[in-house]
Every structure is written in C-alpha cells, then in structure tokens.
Design a protein around this ligand. Structure first.
Ligand SMILES: [Zn+2]
Length: 106
C-alpha cells in the first residue's frame, strides 16, 4: 500500500517542503487546492500516474468518484466518469503489456 495515495477517507492536508499546497482536492467542491481547477487537474494526474500502477489507480479513483458524486449530485455521471476514471486509461503507457490489465468496468 502506498501511503502517499491517502487511501481511505482522510482529508488531505499535505504541503510540500516549500510551503506550496500540493495538487489535492478540496471537498465538497472537488477543486484543486493548489491551482483551483477541477480535481484531478493535470499536475495531480501526472503525480498519481507516476505513483501507482493503473489498476491500483483505478480502484483509488473509483473511491473518490463515489464521494465526488455524492458531493456534486448535479454533475452528470458520464462527466464524472471521464473526469475521475477515463483519463487513467487514456494516458499513454510505457509498456504495451499493461494494457491487458485495464479494468473494464465493474
Ligand atoms: Zn492542481
């Protein structure tokens, strides 16, 4: 288990050593604490993708998707799915073989 992924229900509160907030979500808006864009913003996606393999990342993001849908009931499910999950599979992979591991929906 990777501690840096904040697995579980805890609220983020980390800051980088230079004091700048990391690209983490804020509830209930689900906007980035650092750049204010809808989370996961591009810097957050880059960090998440670098920290985790695709399957763990998909599981991790589904947990967030569930909470975000509860916090933002007016957003359409396809929009939320794209925002939280689709980007994981849309990212280029370094090894073709990892494609066989993609989660196709549960
Ligand atoms: Zn950000």
């Amino acid at each position: 288990m990777t501690r840096s992924l904040h697995l579980g229900d805890d609220e983020p509160g980390r800051e980088t050593p230079d004091g700048a907030p990391e690209h983490l979500w804020e509830r209930p808006s689900w906007e980035c604490r650092s750049c204010g864009r809808p989370w996961p913003c591009e810097p957050a996606r880059a960090v998440l993708a670098a920290e985790s393999d695709r399957v763990s990342l998909a599981l991790y993001m589904s947990g967030h998707l569930e909470r975000a849908v509860a916090d933002l009931p007016r957003r359409s499910p396809p929009e939320m799915f794209d925002r939280f999950l689709r980007w994981i599979h849309a990212r280029p992979v370094s090894r073709d073989r990892s494609r066989a591991l993609t989660v196709t929906g549960a």
